[in-house]
Design a protein around this ligand. Structure first.
Ligand code: NAP
Length: 268
């Protein structure tokens, strides 16, 4: 029998923390970790996934830039992936490729359970209109958020995304400071370029969340802290989306608090 394998696929992938996270989860059950990294060249996604399956691959986490291709490749699509139009988890079997998206549920779990933020009836500003932003809108709405104000460097993309659900409105990034909100989430990738996302903060904020972690989280976290606003990075979300993936594959829901603490110690 071919042993079952799991991995994260993307490009670049060498810095991914997913193998470490999944090794921590496996350790909780006394299992040997079997989770690797796959660097995939552009245009090679489908054939790389097929080769992995033929060698016993049963599950993949999918990261940039392949989340849309993973969604298109799937023969069975779970509702969260359909709503996002993108997938970060694949379940592979002989005749089916099932996709799901755990990013949004992972964020909501981190915000509500780990950070104790009650999202019900909140008005939230969401920065960004890329893959991560589209994956978190529906889970936020499901968690009871009253309204999401979308701002993005390119307004047209925010306007297009605003069509995807009720309780969404797009405003120009220059108008952000006129929209009172309870919380703000940065789902732009500005931090990965060493910059804050380029807006004046709205009034009324009680909390802020940056999806990036490590060095990429620092510019926006600094902007929030300077304004006296509680700032959180995306490390908890990373662990939670991974735990949800692990549960999809293995039907076991691992503990995440110690794993997030170990991640924090690891990235410094
Ligand atoms: P993406 O699809 O490439 O989208 C990038 C977004 O950032 C776009 O809206 C883009 O605006 C905006 N942007 C890029 N550079 C900017 C700048 N200098 N100033 C202002 N806005 C800028 O990326 P993604 O997949 O959505 O990822 C976004 C972030 O989420 C990344 O930092 C990623 O690491 C993080 N993330 C974290 C987790 C987690 O588990 N913690 C999971 C998923 C993603 P335009 O439309 O104008 O180009």
């Amino acid at each position: 029998m071919i042993p079952e394998h799991y991995a994260v696929i993307g490009s670049p992938i060498r810095h991914s923390l997913s193998p470490f996270i999944h090794a921590c989860f496996a350790e909780q059950y006394g299992w040997l970790p079997d989770y690797g990294r796959i660097e995939c060249a552009p245009g090679q996604f489908e054939q790389t996934v097929c080769a992995f399956m033929q060698n016993g691959g049963r599950g993949l986490n999918v990261t940039l830039p392949f989340k849309h291709e993973a969604f298109s490749l799937a023969t069975t699509v779970q509702p969260a992936a359909r709503q996002a139009g993108a997938a970060n988890v694949l379940c592979l079997a002989a005749d089916t490729v099932c996709c799901d998206n755990t990013d949004g549920a992972g964020l909501v779990q981190d915000l509500t359970v780990n950070l104790g933020i009650d999202l019900k009836d909140q008005r939230i500003m969401l920065i960004g209109a890329g893959g991560a932003a589209s994956g978190i809108i529906h889970p936020l709405c499901k968690a009871g958020v009253r309204e999401i104000v979308l701002v993005n460097r390119t307004l047209e993309r925010a306007e297009a995304l605003a069509q995807s659900a009720d309780h969404l409105q797009a405003v120009p990034i220059q108008a952000a400071s006129r929209e009172a909100c309870d919380g703000i989430i940065n789902a732009s990738s500005a931090g990965l370029q060493g910059k804050p996302p380029g807006l004046q903060l709205p009034p009324g904020l009680r909390w802020g969340y940056e999806l990036a972690y490590g060095r990429g989280a620092q510019p926006f976290m600094a902007q929030l802290r300077t304004a006296g606003i509680r700032a959180n990075d995306g490390l908890g979300m990373l662990a939670e989306q991974a735990a949800l993936s692990f549960n999809i594959w293995h039907d076991h829901y691992p503990e995440t608090a110690t794993v997030t603490a170990r991640l924090r110690a690891r990235i410094g």
